[in-house]
Design a protein around this ligand. Structure first.
Ligand code: HEC
Ligand code: HEC
Length: 443
């Protein structure tokens, strides 16, 4: 069945190619905020920048701030709990720098809001390796492929791709009632004006920056956005697998077998959506940024799910509004990177699984042993894909490793599962290259 991602091209990076070399680094190194903004645009905010006319700093900043100054300021803002209505919640509370910018705990959803007690609706994603995230599109193509097959929706920020840029994106948590819950943009600016780093803010954006509340708020977003583009923090490529790709490390037998099972179209077929191979000299992101419905089990630990009528359908709502009529998209979420996934303790958009091994086993057994993953209806039937209304269950991906019948042998053996977990552990940043192997060119 041809269609979105029908081809099991092991290790091929479907949508990634054209976003490589977006110039983010070069632009940031050039030290100009204008370039930094444009470069971030290549990763998502081009449309936003165009819609809002000339970049704001062009009109009010005498000298553009350097990327280094923006990044340093962005880091302060990111870590500052005073920027929330409760005074206790920073971006870093949910996106902990010590946990690959994901949550430090195993909870499915985190709490926020004005009283710090509003439960969120989705698991907190890592913010790493998003520098090449393309803007959302309904029609993506694999530019390496020769057939020009439409691979369907891809890109955009958030699990449902609804935020187009880091800029849009930073605004949301600052004002969201579930997160930092500030009453207004002005309220955020007033807090920055009182912060210890207010002087740094003035020296970066100009002595009179706080006089123009709207511009000062944009400056806050620009700094956060610049920080999120900081390579050493957000895309260091310092895992064992990266060292292996640089010929500075050797995979263990289990890790090597895991990589093979991960790529093998007849077994894991994971690289279909989480590409693992280098492409045009660029290291793999372990996501093609495409959307798929996996039919993961409903998670009763999310308070909103106490209401049986609540369904998080990803692309077709309810958090995302523009594609509500596109019922063929219901249940689809953006494939996350698997880099640093081994450090997570709540997996999938609803945080329903807590061990990496169980995630891999879910892929193996979803269709062959559904009774292990889904509840039974009163009549005894297994309620497969119980987090989706029956009308949308046909949207769920059925290609390998999925698509077998109950009772058949799974595509992955228990040994394959262990090996894939061993391999996924090589994707954690911070690997120390053995001194004897380190090349003079390595960072
Ligand atoms: C209360 C927890 C919480 C706080 C605080 C928080 N976030 Fe998030 N963040 C989330 C959740 C949950 C999502 C996913 C939401 C969704 O998909 O609907 C998310 C998504 C994101 C994304 C998109 C990631 C992706 O995979 O596309 C970015 C970027 C981001 N947050 C940045 C920030 C910044 C910057 C701040 C501070 C201004 C912040 N967040 C504060 C919980 C939080
Ligand atoms: C059809 C595309 C597709 C294939 C094939 C696929 N994945 Fe995924 N993967 C996704 C999507 C989409 C999600 C998010 C689904 C959700 O949250 O509802 C995901 C989520 C994950 C997660 C959770 C990451 C996190 O941050 O929560 C892991 C781990 C993972 N996949 C590993 C694998 C492995 C291992 C394989 C092969 C056995 C594989 N995937 C095959 C699309 C795919």
């Amino acid at each position: 069945m041809p269609g979105p991602r029908a081809t099991a091209a092991a290790g091929s990076t479907s949508r990634l190619g054209r976003w490589i070399g977006a110039g983010v680094l070069i632009a940031l190194m050039a030290g100009s905020a204008r370039d930094a903004h444009a470069a971030a645009g290549a990763g998502g905010s081009a449309a936003g920048a165009a819609a809002s006319g000339p970049p704001f700093y062009a009109s009010f900043l005498k000298k553009p701030p350097t990327a280094a100054a923006l990044t340093a300021l962005g880091r302060e803002l990111f870590l500052d709990p005073a920027l929330s209505a409760s005074g206790r919640l920073a971006c870093a509370s949910c996106h902990d720098p010590a946990h690959a910018f994901g949550p430090a705990n195993a909870r499915a959803v985190q709490r926020g809001g004005a009283d710090g007690r509003q439960p969120g609706l989705r698991a907190v994603p890592s913010l790493m390796y998003q520098q090449n995230l393309p803007p959302f599109t309904e029609h993506s193509f694999d530019d390496e492929g020769d057939d020009g097959t439409d691979q369907g929706p891809a890109g955009g920020r958030m699990w449902d791709g609804r935020a187009q840029s880091a800029h849009d994106q930073a605004r949301a948590p600052l004002l969201s009632v579930f997160e930092m819950a500030n009453a207004s943009e002005g309220a955020v600016v007033a807090k920055v004006e009182r912060a210890a780093y207010a002087a740094q803010f003035r020296s970066t954006f100009g002595a009179r920056i706080f006089e123009e509340r709207a511009l000062a708020f944009k400056a806050v977003l620009l700094a956060l956005e610049s920080f999120e583009q900081s390579a050493p923090d957000f895309y260091p490529y310092s895992s064992k697998y990266d060292a292996y790709l640089r010929h500075e490390a050797t995979l263990s037998e289990a890790e090597r077998r895991g990589l093979e099972a991960f790529n093998d179209p007849a077994r894991g077929n994971c690289a279909r959506c989480h590409p693992s191979a280098m492409r045009e000299g660029a290291f793999p992101q372990f996501t093609d940024f495409g959307f798929a419905a996996l039919g993961v089990p409903r998670n009763a630990a999310i308070p909103a799910n106490a209401d049986a009528r609540h369904h998080d359908l990803g692309l077709c709502g309810p958090l995302r509004m523009d594609l509500r009529a596109r019922t063929e998209y219901c249940g689809m979420f953006r494939a996350p990177t698997l880099r640093n996934a081994a450090r997570k303790r709540a997996f999938f958009h609803n945080g329903v699984l807590h061990r990496l091994e169980d995630v891999v086993r879910f892929y193996a057994e979803r269709d062959t042993a559904p009774q292990k993953w889904y509840p039974r209806a009163p009549d005894g039937a297994i309620e497969k894909f119980d987090d989706l209304p029956a009308a949308y269950r046909g949207n769920v991906d059925e290609l390998p490793p999925f698509g077998r019948r109950a009772g058949e042998a799974p595509a992955l053996s228990e040994a394959d599962i262990r090996d894939i977990v061993a391999f996924l552990n090589t994707l954690t940043d911070g690997y120390r290259v053995p001194a004897a192997r380190a090349s003079p060119l390595s960072r």
